[in-house]
Design a protein around this ligand. Structure first.
Ligand SMILES: NC(=O)c1ccc[n+]([C@@H]2O[C@H](COP(=O)([O-])OP(=O)(O)OC[C@H]3O[C@@H](n4cnc5c(N)ncnc54)[C@H](O)[C@@H]3O)[C@@H](O)[C@H]2O)c1
Length: 260
């Protein structure tokens, strides 16, 4: 059985549908309880459940896992997908940094704290972290998003290294643009929001959430850590590692070009 946070919309909803098609029971958690219930209602009867709440809250996570296990048995897959973006640089308010760290990073840590002891005992479990290409590269127009997506990737790497030999699968999903509310809402964040939106939508194709979900299903099946729905992100990442100074210069140039 799989639990998906932020499963009421966008990429999370698409992953829930895809896992359900693969025959898994799914538990859809979202701050927006109604959106989660709508996705659950689309799926075959008695195979899906919705739970409303904040995926970054430890008490909620405990309640979510307990309810999921009561309904459908052991949680075998956890998709840490809920995420937030806020546009801004040094002017980004403390609350924006706190929210980004809570939802994009600490939610993953808190879920892993609850799941890993059970999974190590059973010798199996699959943890899917939905980070972003911003975690491998950067996000123009948003310092909190860049930093917290790097942190989510770092945490997933650490989990994979630490638990991978004990039967636990860890996967980190790093898409560029995906056609969801999160991407479109980024645009409303003033000049930085516009920059973030333009950077994402001009760097490569804007995928449908279902395409990301397909990549996730294949990546889990192949046992790959890094799941890249936009395959060109691998070239970008390798280019960054091969010539870090040149990459920073190139990103400066790209930012200036987008700012006109
Ligand atoms: N859309 C993109 O271009 C893109 C690209 C790369 C990575 N991502 C990542 O994919 C993930 C999903 O984003 P999306 O684009 O589908 O966004 P979305 O806004 O369409 O959906 C996110 C869902 O998460 C829920 N949510 C937000 N905070 C929550 C919380 N604290 N607890 C529970 N639910 C919460 C929202 O209610 C919403 O239903 C995020 O982690 C995002 O950073 C998105």
């Amino acid at each position: 059985m799989a639990v998906i946070t932020g499963g009421g919309k966008g990429i999370g909803a698409a992953i829930a549908r895809a896992l359900s098609r693969e025959g898994s029971k799914v538990v859809i958690a979202d701050l927006d309880a109604e959106a989660a219930a709508q996705v659950a209602a689309e799926l075959p009867q008695n195979t899906a459940m919705a739970v409303g709440g904040d995926a970054s809250d430890s008490a909620f996570l405990q309640h979510l896992l307990d309810s999921a296990e009561r309904e459908f048995g052991a949680v075998t897959t956890f998709v840490a997908n809920a995420g937030v973006i806020g546009a801004g640089g040094l002017d980004a308010p403390e609350q924006m940094w706190d929210l980004a760290f809570d939802v994009n990073v600490r939610a993953h840590v808190r879920a892993a704290q609850l799941l890993m002891p059970r999974w190590v005992e059973r010798g199996e479990g699959t943890f899917v972290s939905v980070a972003s290409a911003a975690g491998l590269l950067t996000q123009l127009g948003s310092a909190p998003y860049s930093v917290t997506k790097h942190a989510a990737l770092a945490f997933a790497e650490w989990l994979a290294v630490t638990y991978g030999a004990r039967g636990i699968g860890v996967h980190c999903v790093c898409p560029m643009g995906v056609n969801t509310e999160l991407l479109h809402n980024a645009q409303s964040g003033g000049a930085d929001g516009e920059l973030a939106y333009r950077a994402v939508t001009t760097a490569g194709a804007v995928l449908d959430p279902a395409e990301v979900a397909d990549a996730v299903i294949h990546g889990i099946r192949d046992g790959r850590f890094l799941i890249l729905p936009h395959p060109e992100v691998l070239d970008m990442f390798q280019g960054k590692a091969a010539g870090y100074e040149r990459w920073i210069g190139g990103m400066r140039w790209y930012q200036q070009k987008l700012q006109g």
